[in-house]
Design a protein around this ligand. Structure first.
Ligand SMILES: [Zn+2]
Length: 354
């Protein structure tokens, strides 16, 4: 199915409940730099793609074993909001810097293990979460070894320039992991999580007060991926709606999910889950972020591993959440990838008394 590239507009939106997030147009193509204002995030990353390197050259892109956003963690079988991209590899496989940057340092995290942090600059200021930002960071976790010149630089508090494609270390299993992989992160504007910023107001971490992790597939060229949506349960009164959303394994890049109640012409109410913006999620602490709020639409991901040929998640619409569907109204779910490509499905016509 061809993907539409329309940026949809919401004429008027009513929240389903007082705590529902109001819909906002998604980022992506068309936002751009039309008025000589700051770039939006997808446009900024798109402008850098040509100079980007896939960081584990021995592992093709279909070796992604966990993607960005809610997942079921393979080591614990627990629900977990994953803030990076896991690329399965073998111990000792080279890890390359994804982009030109400046070495920040080496950290040893309890869960992330041996980690290299690199700071990068946007070519021009970028607007995100109401702030203009100029820097972004890549983090490379669970490393087996760090390149010797970086170990020396770290001990001397030096910050050498690193070119895209420079080897910075090797794939390993340090920290908490059950198989060798690179956990790669992108953080924009700050290298500190929102939780850390709140807990450490004098740390020198910027006080931007948003969670800076965004989808690492931003670094990869946009693809015409095979995204599909289906309603996987029959909808009857009082039954939760479950929408299955799948894409090919190498493109688990869905960023935004919108549930609408609408008549033929108008959207009356909508609820949005946006991973990069954290719309519909509370990132003030990792503990809260890691637990889905099942009273509202939420994601129920399927573990997929790097050998699966499809990546799948379920969007669950709790029946208790939809209390005011009028005659003649139906439902629509729109899934949008990080580049703004969207796919939608309509369901719940007037025969359904949901
Ligand atoms: Zn990971």
């Amino acid at each position: 199915m061809a993907l539409s590239r329309n940026i949809f507009s919401i004429v008027s939106v009513l929240a389903l409940t007082t705590s529902s997030a109001l819909a906002a147009p998604p980022p992506g193509k068309g936002g751009g730099n039309n008025n000589n204002g700051p770039l939006d995030l997808p446009s900024a990353f798109e402008a850098m793609q040509a100079d980007t390197i896939w960081s584990v050259p021995n592992s093709p892109q279909d070796h992604i074993s966990s993607t960005f956003g809610p997942r079921i963690k393979s080591s614990s079988n627990a629900y977990d909001w994953h803030r990076g991209l896991d690329i399965h590899g073998e111990i000792g496989d080279p890890i390359l810097s994804a982009y030109d940057g400046e070495f920040v340092g080496i950290r040893n995290y309890t869960s992330g293990g041996t980690t290299v942090i690199i700071e990068h600059q946007f070519p021009e200021p970028v607007e995100f979460q109401g702030h203009q930002i100029t820097t972004w960071y890549t983090l490379y976790m669970h490393m087996d070894e760090v390149a010797a010149y970086l170990v020396t630089a770290d001990s001397n508090d030096e910050h050498p320039i690193i070119a895209a494609g420079d080897q910075i270390g090797t794939v390993g299993m340090t920290g908490s992991t059950v198989n060798p992989h690179l956990h790669q992160e992108i953080r924009v504007g700050s290298r500190c999580s929102l939780e850390y910023q709140l807990d450490n107001p004098n740390s020198g971490c910027s006080g931007l007060f948003f969670d800076p992790h965004v989808h690492p597939l931003f670094l990869q060229p946009e693809t015409e991926n095979g995204l599909s949506l289906s309603v996987s349960t029959s909808l009857t009164a009082l039954e939760d709606g479950v929408i299955e959303i799948s894409s090919e394994d190498q493109y688990p890049d869905i960023n935004r999910y919108e549930f609408q109640i609408r008549d033929r012409k108008n959207v009356r109410a909508s609820y949005v889950l946006d991973l990069n913006e954290r719309t519909g999620f509370d990132a003030t602490t990792n503990d809260i972020l890691d637990i889905p709020d099942e009273t509202k639409p939420y994601l129920s991901p399927v573990p997929f591993g790097y050998t699966a040929d499809h990546w799948t998640t379920y969007l669950v619409i709790p029946a208790s959440f939809v209390t005011n569907k009028n005659n003649g109204e139906s439902f629509r779910v729109i899934a949008t990838d990080i580049w703004g490509n969207e796919q939608s499905i309509n369901f719940g016509d007037k025969k359904v008394s949901w």
